[in-house]
Write a protein that binds this ligand. Structure first.
Ligand SMILES: Cc1cc2nc3c(=O)[nH]c(=O)nc-3n(C[C@H](O)[C@H](O)[C@H](O)COP(=O)(O)OP(=O)(O)OC[C@H]3O[C@@H](n4cnc5c(N)ncnc54)[C@H](O)[C@@H]3O)c2cc1C
Length: 350
């Protein structure tokens, strides 16, 4: 039976899933975060926007520290502007502010839910930009050293949707400093769909406000901007990362795709000769189209984007993970490619 008196983490996750925490504490500034983390009972969960976590229906037995620290500081550094943001500040506020102030570098990251402090964790990225490109420093509480310190970008080991901080509870991000460039125009647009939406070519630049508006519009159509009345947005965004294959792996996939679908998989060149394959393409072509439920109660593939798994309002984490497993296994069977989850799984596994 549902106990309506308990505080479920479902209130704090964009999937609207997750059971009760052992205890829940809210921190509103850096000193409070450090103190609460020091006092926390294991397993500790630092939670901000809850837009990249899948929490078990049973919840988590330890302390959840909810980050609600706010504040933005701006400082000139020769030709650049350094913007330092407290970890709990909603990320899209930062992008809106940068665009309004004529600061380029994060405009393509408009509309990503969650907090500024979480952006380094999985090196958030979208529409051809990654946050690692603009991070100047990350202020952390290092739980092992029991000290606060500033980390340089090279120490953070940023890579595609990951960093030193991911799946690592040693560091709690307290604030992030971004190095932005005063400019009326965006950085060169790397993403073809975005360039097209702005009537430009890949590599062209466009006014910052126009880039932000175009990104928000593209994201909105895919259910990738939070909307409280649209269950297609009760998700973690992309549930799986795009697989990165080496030359031989991609050749094998192309052969398989030709056999099964008659066309080449959607893919882009990645680092060191590897190829990034569209997970959405693989999922769709493996037979899991938009709106697919597989009979799993209360959950479905988003009606707007194949890569987002959603809670239709009555789902459970068990059902969501069963759907995710079915999709992962289906893609493996049809294409012999492994999909890995993008969100952090808390108290549960795929
Ligand atoms: C509709 C939708 C669209 C999305 N689109 C994108 C996208 O385009 N690109 C993209 O990269 N991501 C996207 N995401 C995923 C998500 O928004 C980002 O990963 C975001 O940065 C998570 O922030 P959060 O504050 O919600 O983190 P949470 O969900 O609260 O936490 C996520 C993980 O980071 C850890 N964490 C959070 N804050 C801190 C901190 N200060 N210190 C240490 N650890 C911390 C948590 O412990 C947890 O492990 C999307 C999600 C949704 C729901």
């Amino acid at each position: 039976m549902l106990d309506v008196t308990r505080v479920d983490l479902s209130r704090h996750t964009t999937l609207r899933l997750g059971g009760p925490p052992g205890s829940l504490r809210t921190a509103t500034h850096q000193d409070e975060i450090v103190q609460m983390v020091r006092e926390a009972t294991e397993p500790i969960l630092v939670l901000a926007g809850g837009s990249n976590v899948v929490v078990a229906d049973e919840g988590t037995p330890g302390t959840v520290v909810l980050l609600r620290s706010m504040g933005v500081g701006v400082q000139r550094d020769r030709d650049d502007v350094l913007v330092t943001v407290e970890a709990g500040q909603p990320w899209d506020d930062v992008v809106a502010l940068a665009v309004a102030e004529g600061l380029a570098g994060i405009e393509c990251l408009s509309g990503i839910p969650g907090s500024a402090g979480a952006t380094p964790i999985q090196n958030v990225g979208a529409y051809g930009q990654e946050i690692a490109e603009t991070i100047a420093a990350v202020r952390v509480f290092d739980r092992t050293a029991n000290a606060v310190r500033d980390m340089a970008p090279a120490e953070c080991r940023f890579a595609y949707r990951t960093s030193l901080f991911r799946h690592n509870d040693r560091y709690v991000v307290l604030a992030v400093t971004f190095r932005l460039r005063p400019a009326a125009l965006s950085a060169p647009l790397r993403y073809a769909e975005l360039a097209r939406a702005l009537d430009g070519d890949q590599g062209a630049r466009a006014p910052l406000a126009e880039v932000r508006a175009a990104v928000l519009s593209l994201r909105g159509r895919k259910g990738m901007v939070l909307d409280p009345v649209d269950p297609d947005t009760y998700s973690v965004g992309s549930f799986f990362t795009n697989p990165v294959l080496d030359g031989a792996g991609f050749a094998a996939l192309r052969a398989r795709a030709a056999e099964v679908t008659g066309v080449d998989p959607a893919a882009w060149p990645a680092e060191n000769g590897s190829v990034k394959v569209s997970a959405a393409w693989l999922i769709e072509r493996a037979g899991f189209g938009k709106g697919y439920t597989g009979g799993h109660r209360g959950v479905a593939v988003s009606g707007k984007h194949t890569l987002a798994l959603t809670n239709r309002g009555t789902g459970t984490t068990v059902a969501l993970l069963a759907l995710a497993r079915e999709i992962r296994d289906g893609v493996r069977k049809v294409f012999d490619v492994e999909l890995y989850p993008e969100p952090v799984l808390v108290g549960c596994a795929l």
